[in-house]
Design a protein around this ligand. Structure first.
Ligand SMILES: [Zn+2]
Ligand SMILES: [Zn+2]
Length: 201
């Protein structure tokens, strides 16, 4: 069971913090990798700076999250908890597992394209706009007096029309981020594939 008021009472994430312990690149990727599977390994590698060490660390983080959610699903099941809750935890576990898998694809791409140069992060403004648009949705929900609504509650009698406006603004900010990313990431299309068996790196 989710008690909205418990969620509302927690501290809000700072929308101007575009690092959040995982880095701007990983945060950008979270917004761009929707729906999951929409980006190529070359695009994911580019989004993560063409940096194998960073990608390795992110995979470890994602695998860790996946285990935590799997274990908590088991725990909820073992104590006879709500099957819907078990399912929610399993969905989280699978989502983290699948994003780790797409990052492994990016690592494999970098293995076969060792000439891919490091990427300067040029999407600060666009990422900040997405974070602020997301924060506006959360704030409107926190300020809403309607019962049982969420930040996505278009049917909420108290703030549903506002949700529609804010979601549209949020979607536009993500599309702006995506458009600029797609232009920049074309750089990886020009990286030559390594000749199999060569040791150049
Ligand atoms: Zn739960
Ligand atoms: Zn509401």
């Amino acid at each position: 069971m989710k008690d909205n008021n418990v969620y509302k009472a927690g501290p809000a994430a700072d929308p101007d913090d575009i690092d959040l312990n995982v880095g701007r690149e990983a945060l950008t990727l979270m917004h761009l990798e929707q729906p999951p599977g929409c980006l190529t390994p070359a695009q994911i590698a580019f989004a993560l700076g063409n940096d194998p060490d960073y990608i390795d660390a992110l995979i470890a983080h994602d695998d860790d999250q996946s285990s935590v959610w799997s274990e908590s699903a088991l725990h909820v099941r073992n104590v006879g908890g709500d099957p819907d809750e078990v399912e929610v935890h399993l969905i989280e576990a699978r989502a983290w597992g699948s994003t780790a898998q797409t990052k492994r694809g990016a690592l494999a791409w970098l293995e076969s394209h060792p000439a891919a140069p490091p990427v300067d992060f040029l999407l600060d403004d666009e990422l900040l706009a997405v974070r602020r648009a997301g924060d506006s949705k959360v704030r409107a929900w926190r300020e809403c007096s309607g019962p049982e609504c969420t930040e996505e509650s278009r049917e909420c009698p108290a703030h549903g029309t506002r949700v529609v406006e804010l979601e549209d603004a949020y979607d536009r900010s993500v599309e702006t981020l995506r458009a600029r990313f797609l232009v920049l990431s074309r750089a990886n299309d020009k990286v030559p594939e390594a000749v199999p068996g060569s040791t150049a790196r």
